[in-house]
Design a protein around this ligand. Structure first.
Ligand code: C6P
Length: 409
């Protein structure tokens, strides 16, 4: 297996211009990767290159610039299909991000299907993006939202999950990895169980795509969503994967230019997949940048990424124990996310002081308020590690936490 040694990490860090900047007079220690990741130079260059050499709208121009832009945009779709191991490029819909992907499925797949008595099952670990769209569609249709509970480690209780499933369950929507705690759900088994009762599965992969090799055919999920900005690509673009047969049968999410074959005032005939779901001018350079980001992480390799990030998680967890901070979320299977509280000091105060030492972590409810409620904390601090982070940066975090304690003593 390829392992990232110190020389590799130093080289990689050199490829991310922002990592070599200062924050409040200190070298930046960026530990908020679950929020958004930093961008390598190759992604930044791809955006610049697009605007300098072939900026044009796609599909609409008969001239060379438009042909180049269209080819690059469709090339990005092909790359995303490869990345997820989708069976067909037409199963890849470009959206704004995970949030829009889930809303699309809720409105275009679930809304026409659901009726009173039907159930949508989510888990108690979900991000608001995988709660609110389902609440909205349940209100619209009279269906019921059910929630599979978690245990004190922050894991979905598998027996309880199974008990929530019945022939009433039409949709199971769950995160692959929890953003608030880092828990990795055993989604392959959970998908199989959902299918056994005839439910369709929607996987929120926002936190999984940057850390894990994905294979939607092996998982056999029906929908899978992720955001580019968390996987080292540009903001404002993401991917919804859906099985072709499901997407084909769904009505469009939005109407507008380029999603039609013909329009009269009496009748509109929609485009085939995937354009049926891509109304209006798309985030062209975003898709192109995403392709470069996918190439970049693939070239580093997920085995190496996992090995390094796991080592960082273990190191940070050890230090958390030594420094007696309260870890929130201690699942057996965890991604490189450490959520914690420091004594009784509010997370926002801690986060603000850390920022004065150049340390960027997220402090708050992480858009997962029910998770905070479950653990009876208003907020946590969350350090989330990427493959470019180092143990020295984790030392800086804990040294700065010591300073916070001294201030509050
Ligand atoms: N989580 C975090 O700091 P968008 O904003 O659409 O790219 O992703 C939404 C989203 C959906 N699901 C999960 C599991 C997520 O973690 C996120 C985004 C960020 O944790 C911002 S709240």
């Amino acid at each position: 297996m390829k392992i990232l040694n110190d020389t590799d990490i130093a080289r990689i860090r050199g490829e991310f211009p922002i990592l070599n900047t200062v924050a409040k007079g200190h070298p930046l220690v960026y530990l908020d990767n679950a929020n958004t990741s930093q961008k390598p130079q190759c992604v930044i260059n791809a955006l610049k290159d697009y605007y300098e050499r072939y900026n044009a709208n796609i599909y609409r121009g008969l001239y060379e610039l438009s042909e180049l832009a269209t080819a690059a945009y469709e090339g990005a779709r092909h790359r995303a299909a490869q990345f997820l191991n989708a069976a067909d490029d037409c199963e890849i819909i470009f959206v704004k991000g995970t949030t829009e992907a889930i809303n699309l499925v809720a409105q275009s797949y679930a809304r026409p299907l659901l009726k009173p008595g039907d159930e949508v099952l989510i888990t108690a670990l979900e991000h608001h993006s995988n709660i609110v769209p389902w609440q909205i569609v349940c209100q619209q249709t009279g269906a019921t939202l059910r929630v599979a509970p978690i245990n004190l480690q922050g894991e979905v209780i598998q027996d309880a999950y199974e008990k929530c499933l019945s022939e009433k369950t039409k949709i199971v929507a769950m995160g692959h990895i929890s953003n608030a705690l880092g828990t990795i759900n055993p989604i392959a088994a959970m998908i199989t169980k959902a299918h056994a009762v005839g439910a369709v599965t929607v996987i929120d992969g926002a936190q999984a795509a940057p850390h894990t090799a994905l294979d939607v055919q092996a998982l056999n999920c029906d929908f899978y969503a992720f955001s580019s900005h968390k996987i080292y690509g540009p903001t404002g673009i993401g991917v919804l994967y859906g099985k072709k047969a499901l997407l084909d049968a769904m009505p469009p999410y939005q109407g507008g230019g380029e999603m039609i074959k013909s329009v009269t005032f009496e009748k509109t005939i929609y485009q085939d997949l995937p354009l049926k779901f891509e109304a209006g001018t798309q985030h062209i350079e975003g898709a192109i940048g995403l392709k470069v980001a996918l190439d970049y992480v693939t070239q580093i390799g997920f085995e190496a990424i996992h090995q390094h990030e796991h080592e960082l998680l273990i190191y940070a967890t050890q230090l958390a124990h030594e420094h007696k901070v309260r870890i929130i979320g201690e699942a057996k299977e965890k991604a490189s996310i450490l959520s914690f509280t420091l004594d009784n000091i509010h997370a926002h105060d801690v986060g603000t002081i850390l920022s004065h030492y150049g340390v960027a972590v997220r402090a708050g409810h992480h858009c997962a308020m029910p998770v905070m409620e479950f653990f009876q904390v208003p907020a946590t601090l969350r350090a989330s590690f990427a493959f470019y982070n180092t143990k020295a940066e984790i030392d800086t975090l804990f040294n700065a936490l010591q300073k916070v304690r001294e201030i509050f003593k």
